[in-house]
Design a protein. Sequence first.
Length: 342
Amino acid sequence: MPRHRRPGRWPLRHLPETPSCPARRHGHRPAVRPGHGQGSGTARHATALGHRHEGGPPKSQAGQQAARDSGAGAGPGRALPSVARAAAQVVRAAVRSNDAHSPAPYRAPRSLLNGRIGGQRRYATQYFKLDALRQIAKAADATVNEVFLTACGGALRRYLRENNALPPRTLVAQVPVNLRDEAGIDTIGNAIGFIYVNIHTDIADTAARLAAVRKSGTLAKQQYAGIRREGINLFTMLLLAPYMLQTFLGLGGRLPAAANLVISNVAGPREHRYLNGARINQMFGPSVIFDGQALNITLMSYADEANIGFTGCRTTLPRMQNIAVYLGEELRALQESFDLEA
């Protein structure tokens, strides 16, 4: 007997494979979402996106051999010395937390973003052309991610000020990063970690904030510099263990959080996708929030656009969609700082 299937819900194998509908051929299941114009800051329900990889090519023998040579399968024991050194760096950063550029987990200031959350969510969006972000990054000798973090810092500064809730110290963002180098691109195993970056909500000038964010990000990445690849997951779990314990015990929002919020930059498809012959105009990445972290900001690149989604708690963060509007204005302010055309 075939399994029951609700009307309108078809598995991927039933999608037609045609030149105008390459969804099945590429192994993806995209979702349709109406596009909105640049500068959109309207709050919406979190109904956007679905983009899933189904299967993938087998690892090459060369990649497997490289993994064996690098010691990826040797277990965490060989990585313990490098993890211990990195943990000592984090402790030193926490001790130096009065330094404006030294990022450290669990040292973020208490803010409106770090209370308990309710059951309702609010979702807002913003988007820009990727070329606009790249032009700013090139003019500032920075990365696209540093430009994005700087704009997020400016938007949150304005939002917290209008709610009379701006802390005197900078907010700290927890940023997922890919730590795999080009030499290990074919090796087996994950190389993903979290860095903690000061997004400098304490600096009003956009160009000065960008310089400070760059310095903070550089210091954060140095914590991973000496860790063996097989120890990255161990080090990441070590950093997140106190926060995970808070979550399991229901203490999130009552004790210091690992960071004020999570800000992600996700690489999406480089070409437009189609569903039943209809082109998908935009893809956004709704995310999850927790007690103690009531806001998540995710940038998802899609074709030639940077699509930015804001997932927030409706009760904890009033008028959360204003952050999306302010982010657009902060990016335009960065363009003006470097004499770039909007």
